[in-house]
Design a protein around this ligand. Structure first.
Ligand code: MIG
Length: 825
């Protein structure tokens, strides 16, 4: 039925008003009464009995709520971050015979047609931003709801929606489903996957807006697939509740992400070690093998920070326990790892084995902390450990209890946690499982199972999509309580809008194929603009064995992605970076070294994200929305504003064509060669080369290569000045420093170097009190053809080292308090 409605064209939409709705679908009808609600909203009564509440949630954020029953829900929101908000005041509502109009003094406006309820939103300049293509619909019997909007043009593109397995960057003309699902070896275009985020950014001819469908039921988006001139979103229950992000005066993607992340929260600065290289496999079988692999990294001088313990470390897959044979002394293991600057992360599955002798189970059972069946018993289903109970993470009591169990791992020196299977994934019952199938994407907790819902109560149908989010919430807050001086590191497979507040996200069980390598770029980019900055895909693919070439290219492509981890399914040969012979080992080492060099840059980006919500990894259009050619670039990405990465994603490819976004010029990170913005170039990309470019005007910090982030305090910094700025331009860059863990940076213990870059002139300013930061020892000017006559630091000429083939000039800084560096060309 939903489908049939979607297929209706515009003229039919008027007919709908006269004809009785088919089946139980009906539209909201017409407005019978309108009144101001609070300082920032209007409440509309309708002929259908539904009520509509429209308000300015923030200066650039409109919230629309339609309650088919006429009663607004009181359900607790898992997506929205609770904090104090100042809601803007609207002008007195205006009403004409045809319309209700609400407006801010700054000009943003919502107009509602009274006879056939159509809602139109205008930006401050009076430009139409979003309009209904049909009145909202609902079906009171089934609980389904639906909205249909006009596309601004057939060229409008859409990004976000969380984790989607699509090779294309834009989600235009696609059907998308929001339902967290365990999808082992997912195929291109398989939908849905592990992580649903019903938020998108729409982009058309340089102007963006955002829309967040605030509803955790299974929902669907038809982004112009059924009808090219409109899109539809619908859900199987709940309110038709959505936020529209206007994007400020300039309607930029950056402003939309800032506002969306202000609503659903941001990723707090991770501990710096979590930005290092992480090595995993399912499973390093014994304590001895874990140590052996870690030592091998040190012996071969391949930098790394973390090693993973997958499910086989547990006693019969009982969460929070250890296998006594294989891991006889976990504390000794983590101590030995610490001596070589390694940290360990363990997997945590939500399912708790039904076993009265297992304390986690017996506590959960006695305290009544598990998800219930419709008739009130504990719901049990089979996962790794066999028959299991499922903690009800929508119960605050369960969250506190589960979170407190991390103490057992912390006391054994475990540094971070990896939440798996939290869609939640439940194996098919044995009786329905012929032939035996380990992975059944449709298997989860039954939809009628009961949850606490933070007191509001409800079924799994409502809470399915927030199960993983609330598990991460429990992990994060538990860790904060247990070790308040440390920043938690949690990695999660499932999530929902808001997951970024608690966890990093990896893209689950991908495969060792070139297709999956290519797809990882648009997947991570779309996750990033869904408000989740700390993202990565398993390097080399999880399932199947990659060739040396595929592994090496994957590691290059991923080297600068926010979360960097190699992983592997069980029953596959070793996949560590040295397993493909000496040539590949050298190439793989170089990829990881590049990441460690750039850690000061990446770390600064995470700090900036916390302040402004921008993602670490960015599609080209995010910074260049006026350059329409960027809208479909799906094989390049930006890290921050200043680095452009164009990895090789195809087998056997030794050069590739690269588009440089218009508005800035770019230099090859290695050769300094200049590429003009708005042009496409063929660039050499032999097996050892990752095509990497820096923006002209940028100043990028690097450090000398370290083997682990623990060594960072001793590593000196180099600032790379990307020359070629236009005479009338000033650029600004920041280098952020702090202790790398803990919360000193929220008080006084932080430092920011702000550097202004004009043609032939750098000006330094320092803020904050953190004195133990890495020292800036070298300034390297990239893109210098002729040795300059002179470079002066605070007026005094200094020694110049000129590297002609690499177009570089190097100078050394002798003091920490430089204020000005001038170049006389
Ligand atoms: O059904 O713990 O995505 O990363 O290694 C497999 C074993 C369960 C799925 C995860 C994968 C992990 C694996 N897990």
């Amino acid at each position: 039925m939903l489908k049939a409605v979607r297929l209706l064209g515009l003229p039919l939409f008027l007919l709908l008003l006269i004809l009785p709705a088919r089946a139980a679908w009906q539209n909201v009808g017409s407005i019978t009464h309108a009144a101001q609600s609070g300082a920032s909203g209007v409440i509309l009564e309708t002929s259908s009995g539904a009520k509509i509440l429209i308000s300015f949630f923030d200066l650039n954020v409109v919230r629309i709520r339609i309650a088919p029953s006429g009663n607004f829900e009181n359900a607790f929101s898992y997506a929205i971050e609770e904090k104090l908000r100042v809601k803007p005041k609207i002008k007195p509502i205006q009403q004409t015979a045809k319309e209700v109009i609400m407006e801010l003094t700054s000009g943003e406006k919502v107009v509602v047609n009274k006879t056939f309820i159509a809602i139109t939103i205008f930006d401050a300049a009076g430009e139409k931003l979003l309009a209904d293509a049909a009145p909202a619909m609902f079906d009171r019997a089934s609980g389904e709801i639906q909205a249909t909007k006009m596309r601004r043009s057939s060229a409008e593109t859409y990004y976000g929606f969380g984790e989607k397995a699509s090779a294309a960057l834009s989600r235009d003309s696609q059907n998308l489903t929001m339902w967290n699902t365990d999808t082992y070896r997912y195929a291109v275009n398989q939908d849905p996957l592990y992580q649903a985020i019903p938020f998108f950014i729409a982009l058309d001819r340089g102007k963006a807006y955002g829309l967040f469908f605030h509803n955790s039921f299974r929902s669907s988006f038809d982004m112009g697939k059924s009808a090219p001139d409109k899109y539809t979103f619908s859900a199987e229950g709940g309110e038709l509740d959505y936020f529209v992000f206007i994007g400020g005066k300039n309607r930029t993607p950056a402003k939309i992400l800032e506002d969306y992340s202000n609503l659903t929260g941001r990723t707090p600065l991770p501990p710096v070690w979590a930005l290092g290289y992480q090595q995993s496999r399912y499973s390093y079988p014994t304590q001895a093998r874990v140590l052996e692999v870690a030592r091998e990294f040190r012996r071969r001088q391949i930098p790394a920070d973390v090693i993973y313990l997958d499910i086989d470390h547990m006693d019969g897959f009982r969460v929070f326990t250890w296998d006594k044979q294989k891991f006889p002394n976990p504390k000794e293991l983590t101590d030995d790892l610490a001596k070589i600057n390694f940290r360990a992360v363990t997997i945590i599955d939500p399912a708790i084995k039904v076993d009265d002798k297992y304390q986690v189970y017996s506590e959960g059972k006695t305290e009544n902390l598990f998800v219930k069946t419709a008739d009130g018993r504990d719901f049990n289903g089979s996962v790794w450990a066999g028959n299991s109970a499922f903690p009800d993470f929508t119960d605050p009591k369960t969250r506190r209890w589960f979170g407190s169990w991390y103490r057992t791992y912390l006391s054994n020196g475990i540094a971070g946690f990896w939440n798996d299977m939290n869609e939640p994934s439940v194996f098919p019952a044995e009786k329905d499982n012929t032939p035996p199938l380990r992975y059944n994407p449709f298997n989860t907790i039954p939809l009628d199972a009961r949850h606490n819902g933070d007191g509001a109560g409800g079924t799994h149908k409502r809470f399915h999509n927030v199960y993983g989010l609330e598990m991460a919430h429990s992990s994060f807050e538990g860790l904060q309580k247990l070790q308040p001086a440390k920043r938690p590191f949690v990695l999660t497979r499932a999530g929902f809008a808001g997951v970024q507040r608690y966890a990093a996200v990896w893209t689950g069980d991908n495969t060792a194929s070139w297709e999956h390598l290519q797809m990882s770029v648009p997947m991570l980019l779309n996750l990033s603009v869904s408000g989740v900055p700390f993202v990565g895909a398993d390097v080399g693919g999880y399932a199947d064995m990659p060739s040396g070439e595929l592994y090496a290219r994957w590691l290059q492509a991923a080297a600068l992605t926010p979360f960097l981890r190699s992983h592997s399914e069980n029953n596959l040969p070793n996949k560590e970076p040295w397993e493909y012979g000496a040539d590949f080992e050298r190439i793989n080492r170089a990829s990881i070294e590049l990441r460690y060099e750039l850690l000061p840059y990446l770390y600064t980006l995470f700090r900036e994200h916390e302040e402004d919500g921008k993602s670490v990894m960015r599609p080209l259009w995010f910074e260049y929305p006026k350059d329409l050619k960027t809208y479909t670039v799906d094989d390049e990405y930006l890290v921050g504003r200043d680095l452009l990465i164009a990895p090789v994603l195809k087998q056997g490819q030794l050069k590739r064509s690269i588009y440089f976004p218009a508005g800035d010029d770019w230099r090859d990170w290695q050769t300094g060669i200049l590429y003009k913005g708005g042009t496409t170039a063929e660039v050499e990309a032999s097996l050892e080369k990752l095509p990497l470019f820096a923006r002209v005007g940028a100043i990028i910090p690097t450090q000398t290569v370290v083997q682990s982030t623990n060594e960072m305090p001793k590593a000196d910094l180099t600032l790379h000045v990307i020359t070629g700025v236009a005479p009338d331009k000033t650029d600004q860059s920041t280098v952020f420093q702090d202790a790398g863990d803990g919360y000193g940076y929220r008080e006084n213990s932080w430092r920011e170097n702000k550097i202004e870059h004009q043609k032939n002139l750098l000006k330094f300013k320092r803020f904050g009190n953190f004195a133990d930061g890495q020292k800036i020892k070298t300034i390297e000017f990239l893109g210098i053809e002729i040795k300059p006559q002179e470079i002066r630091i605070d007026g005094k000429p200094v020694n110049i080292e000129f590297d002609q083939p690499e177009k570089r000039v190097r100078i050394l800084l002798t003091s920490d308090n430089v204020t000005e560096i001038a170049t006389i060309p």
